[in-house]
Design a protein around this ligand. Sequence first.
Ligand SMILES: Nc1ncnc2c1ncn2[C@@H]1O[C@H](COP(=O)(O)OP(=O)(O)OP(=O)(O)O)[C@@H](O)[C@H]1O
Length: 257
Amino acid sequence: MIRIEDVSLSFGGIRAVDGCSFEVAEGSITGLIGPNGAGKSTLFNIVAGLLKPDAGRIVFDGEDITGLPPHTLFHRGLVRTFQIPHEFYRMTVRENLMLVPPEQAGENLFASWFSWGRVKRQDADVLDKVDEVLAFLNLTHVADELAGNLSGGQKKLLDLGRTMMTDARMVLLDEPGAGVNRTLLGAITTAIRRLNEERGYTFCLIEHDMDVIAELCDPVIVMAQGTVLTQGPMSEVRSNPDVREAYLGHAETEDAG
Ligand SMILES: Nc1ncnc2c1ncn2[C@@H]1O[C@H](COP(=O)(O)OP(=O)(O)OP(=O)(O)O)[C@@H](O)[C@H]1O
């Protein structure tokens, strides 16, 4: 579904992504792991249209999408989970979901925020879907709570909910488990799995929690020093000595530093 072809990007002298190639197959939940500084987030930002690579290309559904802006990718069904902008914390959970109905606001969340009156007039078309998303994610009981009052895990669920409002097909998730307690982590992994199995979403997710990766992802791509070190099922990746060395080598470097 997505093919990353020999992509490179340097920041000054640092080769953050260095000749990186892999594919995310349609219908998969593909994990992207690797030690700190391996280039995972930079690669995500390239795929999501936030950074342009120095070389290489990104092919989505057979079309070259390299360098296309996020709102164009959004309309093609490629979405990166949103960091909820601070202003949105002063809106309720329900209002946050109402801001991203499929055909308009997600293109530019700030634009929709400034034209809130217009968005509200579309309520009738959107409310059913909002209710469905709230129920799916077990957020109905906090629907009228301000988003800023949610726990970290609930905010991540709301992020997923906003993705669901967009009819996404391919979702890039950046550390869905970071800073989330175990109970809500279970809710998040269940939601990801259900979206994959029941709605056909394809996921590519960066995650440092290996339990989350082992539970959800096949295949797992391991990046180190800007490129792919190895890939395969978690059981294989876990026992690969090169992977261990990449992580340990990094830890030693950090210890030394
Ligand atoms: N905007 C930037 N300017 C300069 N250097 C950057 C920038 N963004 C990333 N880097 C560098 O590029 C390299 C790759 O960083 P990146 O954040 O992509 O790694 P990562 O695998 O996502 O790491 P982590 O797991 O810690 O998030 C690192 O050496 C980082 O310091």
